[in-house]
Design a protein around this ligand. Structure first.
Ligand code: GCV
Length: 640
């Protein structure tokens, strides 16, 4: 994201141009509260940057009101109250957000509190300094196998993410090789402590990803969670961490997944593994975020008895109720892997006795890699509205069954934090929607565009909001998924994953496409709640946008529009690429209203996006044409 400073500078210039200088505001803090110090500091800096330097005088009172929820705040009549120091800080940021959108200081009235206890960024930063699936430059935290950071950059980053409501951060990749496992060993603690101290000033707790086999890396002969020496090892590590970092958030764990060690490999259950770590953290108030992204990644494509999206539910449902209270099962939003379109994971909300976390991906691994414009909040809004196990919208169980919303971070050392200037919207939107899951994509995109661009905000917002639809059309519509190039996941390769071991197939033939996951097929639909299961099971009733996820569909099947499936696929690919041409014209038209460097950098990205869209269009259309030998009804160019 553009740093707040840049945003405020632009805003300031805009205020100057429009003659909207506000009153000078005096901040009256509650000195006994340590973060009313932080709130006052941020408020004062923010007000200065916003250009509140006009003639009238006014007072803003900050106070802590313990009757409010701990992280909540109330703003009204020139007063900002917070349920705690952190609540007050969020109140200060909210006040600035409203001011920067043009509200009068004494008219701002707002009361808010987050539902999810943890709103976490998961960095996939490797200790080498590279970022797995990172498209924004190198890591902010690591270099040459060590923690290594620029203090002032971390302060800006902490401010940036706290200002949208993030309250925890996991610093390193969930894939933890031996050098990264050493992050919790004594030699790293001092550096970890100083990094945590910076984040603490902004109400953010630090977590790390740990390797389940860390004790073995340290010389023990097993990592068996039921072995006493192993528990003792973890207890000691936890005690030392908390002696130095009393508000340490806990451990994120990828175990028994994609070649990582874990309890199953030692003949133990997931609960055995998670609880052993949880018991080490519990006396100190820490949490284990145990990932459910577990499936057979060495599947034989010939073996149709295995269906990858069924795996997390099959493994974890039988263990519901076996996890300790301070374990959060972190579940990817879809049952496969962050595709452009998936149904929600059937596990979300299904477990009745286990705290759950929703894992989203802010970094654009399968969604354009911060080259293509892709507004993720549009997708998140759909995910939050998707029925959870007991039938309500997923957002209705955030704060109860779902205690955590985690987002795989999209930031790095690039000049504008996110590589693509408009990908800042995804970070902003993640924080805002994790704080308040009832916010719509339109609302958060509107806020962000106003704060970032001033005058042309509506046109930037509308452009961004269309980007998800365009990307879905020119890549894999109707939840087809997985036609990407292998390993790096950018650009088309229709059969790239088709005969691989990763369990991600579409099984296209000359007459049909998709996997039958109904009760007559692999049975995935049976993992959903009764009414939804019935809808998904029926090809005619299944929401069309999910059709190819659940059904094997003949190319000549008629969709609701009357089009055949094949024609719809052709049309979408042509339309998606045309939409990108439209984005380029819309962006060009904004030139005079945008900062030149932002205009230029986004223009370059859009040109690359158009190339990508055309490549997808032509490769996928040719692929289906060659299989079916059926031409496009509109006679458009398909390479044969
Ligand atoms: C961090 C996918 C990604 C991997 C990632 C993994 C995960 O497989 O391609 O890069 O590893 O998901 O979420 O653990």
């Amino acid at each position: 994201m553009q740093s707040n400073i840049e945003v405020f500078k632009e805003r300031n210039a805009w205020l100057q141009r429009t003659g909207m200088n506000g009153p000078t505001l005096e901040i009256i803090g509650a000195p006994e509260e340590k973060a009313s110090g932080a709130a006052a500091r941020e408020l004062s800096a923010g007000l200065t940057r916003l250009g509140f330097c006009g003639p009238q005088a006014g007072k803003i009172i900050l106070d802590v009101d313990k009757t409010l929820p701990e992280e909540g705040y109330r703003i009204g009549g020139g007063k900002i109250s917070g349920g705690s120091d952190n609540g007050l800080l969020y109140g200060a940021f909210a006040f600035l957000r409203e001011l920067a959108q043009g509200k009068e200081p004494f008219e701002i009235k707002e009361e808010s509190a987050p539902k999810a206890r943890f709103r976490v960024l998961n960095h996939w930063d490797s200790v080498s300094g590279k970022v797995e699936r990172g498209y924004s430059g190198n890591s902010l935290f690591f270099k040459d196998s060590k923690l290594c950071f620029d203090e002032s950059e971390i302060i800006d980053y902490a401010r940036l993410i706290a200002s949208v409501g993030i309250n925890a951060i996991c610093l390193n990749n969930v894939n933890v090789p031996p050098d990264a496992a050493r992050l919790i060993f004594p030699e790293s603690i001092e550096k970890l402590k100083s990094l945590a101290a910076i984040f603490r000033q902004f109400g953010i707790r630090v977590a790390v990803s740990v390797a389940f086999d860390s004790p073995v890396i340290d010389g023990l002969d097993t990592a068996d969670p039921l072995d006493e020496a192993v528990s003792l090892w973890w207890n000691e590590r936890a005690s030392e961490l908390y002696r130095n970092i009393p508000d340490f958030a806990g451990f994120v764990v990828k175990a028994d997944s994609e070649f990582r060690g874990g309890p199953a490999a030692l003949g133990r259950t997931q609960a055995d593994g998670a609880n052993m770590l949880a018991r080490a953290l519990a006396p100190h108030g820490g949490t284990v975020f145990w990932r459910c992204f577990i499936y057979d990644c060495l599947q034989d494509w010939r073996d149709q008895s295995i269906d990858r999206p069924k795996a997390p539910y099959e493994l974890f449902m039988p263990q519901d109720g076996m996890f300790d209270e301070n374990v959060v099962l972190q579940i990817k939003h879809g049952p496969v892997d962050f595709q452009v379109r998936e149904p929600n994971s059937p596990l979300l909300g299904a477990m009745k006795h286990t705290a759950q976390g929703l894992e989203l991906q802010i970094t654009q691994e399968y969604t354009g890699q911060q080259i293509d414009l892709y507004c993720l909040p549009v997708q998140w809004e759909e995910i939050l509205a998707f029925p959870e196990a007991s039938g309500g919208e997923l957002r209705s169980i955030i704060g109860s069954k779902i205690t955590t919303i985690a987002g795989v971070a999209n930031c790095g050392k690039s000049s504008n934090w996110t590589g693509h200037a408009l990908a800042q919207l995804n970070l902003y939107g993640f924080g805002r929607m994790a704080w308040d899951p009832s916010l719509s994509a339109r609302e958060v995109a509107g806020e962000w565009a106003r704060l970032t661009f001033g005058e042309p905000w509506e046109r930037v917002r509308d452009l961004c909001l269309k980007s998800r639809e365009a990307y879905e059309k020119y890549t894999t519509p109707l939840a087809l998924g997985w036609m990407v190039n292998i390993h790096h996941h950018y650009g088309p390769s229709p059969e790239g994953y088709e005969f691989m071991k990763w369990g991600s197939y579409h099984r296209a033939s000359h007459s049909a496409l998709g996997v039958d996951r109904t009760s007559k097929g692999t049975g995935l639909t049976k993992q959903y709640n009764g009414k939804l299961a019935e809808t998904l099971d029926d090809m005619d009733a299944c929401p069309e946008e999910l059709l190819l996820f659940f059904h094997r569909v003949p190319f000549n099947y008629r969709l609701k529009s009357g089009k055949t499936l094949l024609q719809r696929l052709y049309d979408d690919h042509f339309e998606g690429a045309e939409m990108v041409e439209g984005f380029i014209s819309e962006w060009q038209a904004l030139k005079s209203q945008l900062a030149p460097e932002v205009f230029e950098s986004v223009s370059k990205k859009l040109a690359l996006q158009l190339e990508n869209a055309k490549e997808w269009r032509d490769v996928v259309n040719t692929y289906f044409y060659r299989l079916t030998e059926t031409p496009d009804e509109a006679g458009r160019k398909i390479y044969v």
